[in-house]
Design a protein around this ligand. Structure first.
Ligand SMILES: [Fe+2]
Ligand SMILES: [Fe+2]
Length: 206
């Protein structure tokens, strides 16, 4: 029988991620639900906004427009679910915070290059954020000490897993398997370093 630790590692490997989240993160996160739900709400808002920007920056990419248009609605729906959860608990949406994780990923994007080169970078950053969010939602859905929230996070986990696949597939379609996989590997390596550099905080989704 495989132990829990090994199982966690396998699940993370399915997403390609190199470093599993420290399981103590769930304990930190559940200490202050207002904080973690606020950060989560803004992650959803930013996900919706980045799909809108991709559509307006690459309108000629028909498949991208077709695939991402419904994701905007879905991500905004996620934002609303989080707001409703805050409301139900009589908690408030706080202010948006600096997102060190995303900023570090963005600074790994290749500077220069053509508009198309930039698209590959953008798609892979989106895929990575989805993958890590999915991994974290999964941890919350398994280990948070509240049955309703277990269900709540499970739903996000499933949805973000689908988005991760979608972004990777768009990249492969437009840039080919080889180029996409090569750059994806570099992103995965860098993401693991970033996770190691960031302080483990219960008030951050990443
Ligand atoms: Fe989402
Ligand atoms: Fe998503």
């Amino acid at each position: 029988m495989i132990n829990t630790k090994e199982k966690e590692l396998q699940e993370v490997r399915m997403l390609g991620l190199k470093l599993p989240t420290d399981p103590r993160w769930v304990n930190l996160a559940e200490m202050d639900l207002e904080e973690i739900l606020t950060d989560h709400a803004y992650c959803e808002q930013k996900a919706a906004v980045s799909c809108i920007s991709l559509i307006s920056q690459y309108p000629e990419r028909k498949e991208l427009v077709k695939e991402l248009a419904p994701i905007v609605t879905e991500e905004w729906g996620h934002f609303r679910l989080v707001i409703a959860e805050l409301d139900k608990r009589n908690l408030n949406l706080g202010r948006q915070r600096k997102d060190e994780y995303v900023n570090k990923l963005l600074s790994f994007q290749k500077k220069g290059g053509s508009r198309d080169d930039k698209l590959l970078e953008k798609l892979l950053v989106c895929a990575l954020i989805e993958a890590r969010s999915c991994e974290r939602f999964r941890l919350l859905s398994l280990h948070i000490n509240d049955d309703h929230l277990k269900e709540f996070y499970h739903r996000f986990m499933v949805s973000e897993a689908g988005h991760y696949v979608l972004f990777i597939e768009l990249a492969r379609k437009y840039f080919g398997e080889e180029r996409t996989n090569q750059r994806w590997k570099e992103y995965l390596e860098r993401e693991a370093e970033i996770m190691g550099e960031l302080e483990l905080r219960g008030d951050r989704m990443h």
